[in-house]
Each structure stands twice: as C-alpha cells, then as structure tokens.
Design a protein around this ligand. Sequence first.
Ligand SMILES: *Cc1c(COP(=O)(O)O)cnc(C)c1O
Length: 405
Amino acid sequence: MSAQDALVVRADFDQVMVPNYAPAGFIPVRGKGSRVWDQQGREWVDLAGGIAVNSLGHAHPALVKALQEQSEKLWHVSNVFTNEPALQLAKKLINSTFAQRVFFCNSGAEANEAALKLARRVAFERFGGDKYEIISALDSFHGRTFFTVSVAGQPKYSDGFGPKPEGISHVPFNDLAALEAQISDKTCAVILEPVQGESGVLPANKAYIEAVRALCDKYNALLIFDEVQTGVGRTGKLYAHEHFSVTPDILTTAKGIGGGFPLAAMLTTDELAKHFAVGTHGTTFGGNPLACAVGNAVMDIINTPEVLKGVNERGTYLKEKLTELGTKYGIFTQVRGWGLLIGAVLSAEWQGRAREVLQAAEQQDLMILVAGPNVVRFAPSLVIDYADIDEAMQRLDKALAKLLN
Ligand SMILES: *Cc1c(COP(=O)(O)O)cnc(C)c1O
C-alpha cells in the first residue's frame, strides 16, 4: 500500500466515483462465510451475497486455494491461446447441462449480449434478414449494455439514451396469450428469466414455460433462459429451468458461477454454436484462467446432491422464519421464490417501502436486498450456517420492531 492508499472513507465515494450508485454508509473490508466486517470492525450478517454472487460466502477456503494456486501459475493469455481452467470448466458445464458448447465472458450483461447476438446471427444465416425480432418480458432484467438493457422490459433503465436497437418487444410475464399475439415468423428469440430476479423474485409458471417452448419451436425462434441470477444452485437445482421439463436453446450464467470473481458464460448446442464462426464475436478477458480456476472450484462444490439439497433445506427454513416475522408484524403478504432466492412481498400499507426495510436492517448490522419497491430480497450464501440465518432473523426482528414503532 502506498501512503496515498492509507485513508479512504465513504465520503470519498461522492468525490471520486461516477455518481451512478448510492452505496451504503459504511465500507466493508473483510468477509468470512456469511459475516462481513467494515472499517470500524462492526460485524454484519450477510443475506445479500453480493446480489446472489457470493454463492459460497466470503473467503471460502476452497475458492481461496484455487485462486492462490492459479495466481502463481498463469493469470491471463487472451483468447489467442486457450487455457486449462477454461477447458476444464467448459467440460463441467457441458457434462451437467443440456449444452454442448460454452462461450466465456465476464458479466451477465456480456453473456446476454452474446446470446442475443447469436440468436440474431442464427436467424440471419438460416432464414435471412427479416427474422430479427426479439421478445422479452415486461419488468425483466438482462443487464446494462445498450442492447441488453433495451431488450429488458424496464424503460426506466433504457430510456434517455437515444435511439434503441430495432425489433424488440415486451410482453407481460407468465401471460401466454400475450406472447401468442406477439410471436411470429419474424421472431428470432424469446428471452426469459426462470425467476424474475430484479423485479420481485417472481417465478415463471411451469405451464407457461412449457407453452413458450412449444411456441418458439412452432415459429423457429430460439428460447434463451437468462439464468444469471437463478443459476449455479441458487434455486436448489444447478439451473432453475430444471424445475420445468423444458430446455432452452441458449442459457446465460454469471453471478454465482464465479463465487465473487467476475465470470460468466453463454451455453448452447453444437448446431447453434457453429454460427459463431471464427471472428464473429469475442472478448479479451473471457475464459480468464484466474476466473475459470475459481469457477471450477465453485462447480465442484455446488454441483453435488448434498449441497443442492442443503440449498432447498435452508431455503425452506429461511422462508418459514420470514413468514413468521411477516405475520408477527403484518408486513409481508407472501414469501416466495425457490431455494435461496427469496422475495418477501410487502403488504398494502408498506407499498413502495422496501428500501426502508433494507435501511432498518442495515442499522441492525444486517445486509439484505430489495427487488423493486415492494419486495425485500434475500440471496445468501448457498452454504450459510443455520446459526447465521437465526442471527440474521433476530436482527431483522429488531429492525422491523424499530421500523414499526
Ligand atoms: C444481474 C443480472 C444481469 C446482469 O448481470 P451483470 O453481471 O450485472 O452484467 C442479467 N440478468 C439477470 C437476470 C441478472 O440478475
């Protein structure tokens, strides 16, 4: 550390950072499991998980080891060369999903950008220039590049940046009739989240997803599942679409797959992958050895029956506790979601006030999330100790008691 690095405080953020975020009033400096410490040594219980990213909590020994070992071998070679961790991780993903091909990148947006570009390319090469329309769900979230944010159905994020890419339309989620009315031979892809994460932890209906698959087949449109938030064990299955009897043509995964290291991937079939011939797409850092070494360790741990079962059990337990608290204070009408992606829906009197709950929790040294204005979201470590869940619920209990007074 240079002398200049020594003293930074939260107030510095407002001086030196682009003001597109409004971080909490403290600076985390260290984490272990589901506990985090700030600069003052104050201890937090973490049910936010870095927004469903820290799938194995903080500083998991196996992840630390993987990163340390790889850090002494090879950091980066670019895609002018391939590397061992990337090939190993690709094989793991192929062996445990529908996919036969993997494209690595660094963020959810980048994985979706690749998926959408691939869908457009496939349609262009198979059917010609008129088949380019993309359908997504209202209130969906697919990232913040201009293409992905335009595809997602939240104008508040995509308006105000000038003309948008063409051929994108939005339909209400879980509404088959709306999709039937919109889809046509011009549709090249339908993109959906199996559980809408950012806009309220809202799961798709099984019958809807099955019918969407059939509609896509009928119109030669590709089905893309954005599993950036729901993937890698988060919902108690390796990928959330395993809850349905439907496989996508393209799947995107990010967040949890790196356990906190930036890593993402687009998965697809041989048939589709071949439309991304040499030179059609790329990214410098994609498949970086450090990221993939960590990804291998994450997959080795999470993709086991014991850990996935543990996610379901912890999810059930956490939901029960949240339901109890919700009833005690009359603040939640419903606690929904799968595995450890959980949303507590605010009651009528609390509409629009999810952020107040988050701030009250923060005052009790508890990290949680919101998913839109009306849902409090929880996305803890998939291997969180039950004692940490209990401690978190005690802190939330205090937070709610204070908030309601
Ligand atoms: C977080 C998220 C993204 C964007 O991922 P980034 O890594 O922030 O680019 C895309 N889709 C879904 C469903 C997400 O939850």
